[in-house]
Ligand binder design. Sequence first.
Ligand code: 4AD
Ligand code: MG
Length: 429
Amino acid sequence: MKTTIHQVANYLEQEVTIGVWLSNKRSSGKIAFLQLRDGTGFIQGVVAKSAVTEQTFELARSLPQESSMYVTGKVVEDTRSPFGYELQVTELSLIHEATDYPITPKEHGTEFLMDHRHLWLRSKKQHAIMKIRNQVIQASYQFFQKEDFVKVDPPILTGSAAEDTTELFHTKYFDQEAYLSQSGQLYMEAAAMAFGRVFSFGPTFRAEKSKTRRHLIEFWMIEPEMAFFTHEESLTLQEEYITFIVTHVLDNCSLELDILKRDKQVLEQIRSPFPRITYDEAIRWLQEQGFEIEWGEDFGAPHETAIAEIYDKPVFITHYPKEIKPFYMKPDPQREELVQCADLIAPEGYGEIIGGSARIDDLSLLEERYKEHQLSGDSYKWYLDLRKYGSVPHAGFGLGLERTVAWLSGVEHVRETIPFPRLLNRLYP
Ligand code: 4AD
Ligand code: MG
């Protein structure tokens, strides 16, 4: 029976054939242990000299790392293996013999691994991170479908900027100028007026000259937008969404978290509600701790990390000064210099994973903001229309997928949380 490693439990004590790559091996004169992977999982193949032809045994002993083959054998339980099963090999059929695979089981430097990212993806740790990424995506679709959201796909090529205009990737669009999307938000606001509750999942691009462990040039964002939602209601949805993702990953990625040596107890504490502090309180607390930061300045990574360390859950920092936030955020009715927004800061130094706000729904106020931000022009006319025809209070947010995966996986740098990272100095592979 042809199957996959993930399915072997269904074939206990039976003979199966699986297409695999050899990730590692050791052997003696009488027995060879092959570490096999097929993408769905990992399994050890045991080749006993007495159980196979001489030719098969010699093949097992001589095969180079990453050679591909069909392996046939009996599935048996193996309580010592983290995967639970082992294959007693009866036959090997070589597909392709690999030569000099560059990533050996020894340690390699980061730049070397990044240059070989197309191969590095095969390794156990990278495989585990990508599986977690996949489950965060699955959880997001499940959560928003359950909450009556419609998935809407905003464009990637756009004529208007949503966030800071200094971070735009420009491209030619025949005889016009276009940008790669920084955020689908403005389009999602239009979609929310058509479908009520919507979410998107897509790539976004920021020409940020930041070389930190939290910044990618190309990253993926999940952007929900909700008509008739207040800022407070949006925060409640955000904490429920994060709780859902964490629970889903704990339920579905136990093995992967073990491979990454991630402390599951830390993740098990992540349950809504999450703590909330205002920007004012955060500034005051930071100043008391000796940080040199003035009211009106934005937080940097050290500030966020210090605040996050107070809590064992993600923390919302709310009500920032409008000067350091984008044009579309709705003012706080009590204090016009603040906006109804929140950044959600992950624990353990992983930084901001969500940015969100209530949106201005008043036409004249939005027009005023356009002027202040020098955002005149035809490219925003359609966005103003949303405030002319049945404008309603609405709110939304964007979750950065890679930062979320880095936090859940416990990996230091976001570059390992996306298959082919685009970084300041890297467009290869
Ligand atoms: O805070 P940001 O810039 O918010 C927006 O783009 C809003 N328009 C979203 C919305 O309300 N619909 O980005 C949202 C999130 C951040 O919290 C962070 O997790 C992630 O996107 N992010 C990045 N991730 C990796 N590399 C970068 N350069 C990132 N910039 C933002
Ligand atoms: Mg932000």
